[in-house]
Design a protein around this ligand. Structure first.
Ligand SMILES: *Cc1c(COP(=O)(O)O)cnc(C)c1O
Length: 388
């Protein structure tokens, strides 16, 4: 019998903070509780049917059954460039400024391997998407936490990053519209960010997974719309949230060609790209007219209003989100994010996500996801009202 011992990089992973809640969720389910799960960052709305039809057809073509090209089919990269031009007014060269990904998580998970040497620093927003610190650790990098908190409008305080950290930093992750806080970043922030990156030679990786889940008719911007952005970084996009395609595993990275090249180099040696039939369906998705997407946004907007109006009535503080399908809610006095989550799970059968699970600076908040029907959201509010 051998002794199976995990590598240090796995043993050194940050603790999994959702374990207590997961256990409580399982207990409730086994007791037969009618659980309203508002913790899931995965759309309940199906993929639009024209995209499914496109996959069906493409999957029957034997040409698509073989290994795809590493960097993505040219036609897919061209569709990305066309979408970018239409949506953001930004020109991209499909040849060297666009790379297909097996979901944007895959790209985020791999990029430090291309640029971070052991001991190099990666600047990571917290609370934030857990893959940023994990991919840093897997590459042997050192995580420097940039708290994103209400008092600074959920933006990292670049001035507060110590001199020696700036000098050792190779890369920074940023994410707007933000998961979990739903914050947007103003123009001035991106302008300062590009300046900061230039001054300290830091690669910016902007995660833009929620650019298409916006409300009240105001479309979030791309990082690449700002002058000089392409000289300092790349942007990650996902078809998952935009087209309700989380299970399909397709996304892309765009921007600085040297950064795209480095990420592509890692991928070439690890994976073999995205199934071509899915890329073809991805082209169909990227060409979806707005008349198909607008009703999906309307659904989220109505759910947002139902949830936020309800939270207002109960007196639970939050900012009504302008984008993403999350609402970031301050927990009332006498609770922390875990005890509040446990309280409403036990007393109401409503599940949210404790903010501390996204990193220590997320303490004091919980995240509600708008991935349930408006009826269920209203029911959740009714139940919570009963215990506050
Ligand atoms: C959902 C999500 C992603 C990953 O999406 P993929 O399905 O891997 O494309 C990336 N970043 C954030 C912040 C997300 O919430």
């Amino acid at each position: 019998m051998i002794e199976v011992r995990l590598a240090d990089r796995v043993r050194n992973l940050p603790p999994y903070l959702f374990a207590t809640i997961d256990k409580m969720k399982q207990e409730s389910l086994s007791k037969g509780v009618d659980l309203i799960d508002l913790s899931i960052g995965d759309p309940d709305i199906p993929t639009p049917s024209h995209i499914i039809d496109s996959l069906k057809k493409a999957s029957e073509d034997k040409e698509n059954h073989r290994y795809p090209s590493y960097e993505g089919m040219y036609a897919f990269r061209e569709a990305v460039a066309n979408w970018y031009k239409r949506r953001f007014g930004v020109s991209l060269d499909p040849k060297n400024e666009v790379l297909s990904l097996i979901g944007s998580k895959e790209g985020i998970g791999h990029i430090p391997l291309a640029f971070v040497n052991p001991g190099d620093v990666v600047l990571v927003p917290s609370p934030g998407y857990p893959v940023y610190p994990v991919s840093t650790i897997f590459a042997g990098g050192e995580v420097f936490i940039m708290p994103i908190v209400e008092s600074n409008d959920y933006l990292p305080d670049l001035e507060a990053i110590p001199e020696d950290i700036r000098n050792r930093a190779k890369m920074m992750f940023v994410n707007y519209p933000n998961n979990p806080t739903s914050a947007l970043a103003p123009d001035e922030f991106f302008v300062r960010l590009i300046d900061f990156a230039n001054n300290h030679n830091i690669i910016i990786c902007h995660d833009c997974a929620y650019s298409e889940i916006f409300f009240d008719g105001v479309r979030p911007k791309s990082f690449l719309q700002y002058d000089g952005a392409k000289e300092v970084g790349i942007e990650f996009h996902s078809l998952s949230k935009t087209y309700n395609m989380t299970g399909w595993r397709i996304g892309f990275a765009v921007g600085n060609k040297d950064v795209i090249f480095g990420l592509g180099k890692i991928k070439t040696n690890i994976d073999s790209g995205v199934f071509q039939a899915i890329q073809i369906a991805g082209i169909t998705a990227l060409n979806t007219p707005d008349v198909v997407l607008a009703p999906i946004r309307d659904v989220y907007q109505q759910r947002r209003d139902a949830l936020c109006d309800g939270l207002d009535e109960i007196g639970l503080k939050h900012i009504r989100p302008k984008a993403t399908f999350y609402v970031w809610v301050k927990v009332p006095d006498g609770f922390d994010s875990t005890t509040f989550t446990a309280h409403i799970l036990e007393r109401c059968g409503v599940l949210c996500t404790p903010g501390v699970g996204f990193g220590a600076p997320g303490e004091g908040y919980v995240r509600f996801a708008l991935t349930q029907s408006i009826e269920r959201i209203k029911e959740a509010i009714k139940r919570i009202k009963g215990v506050f």
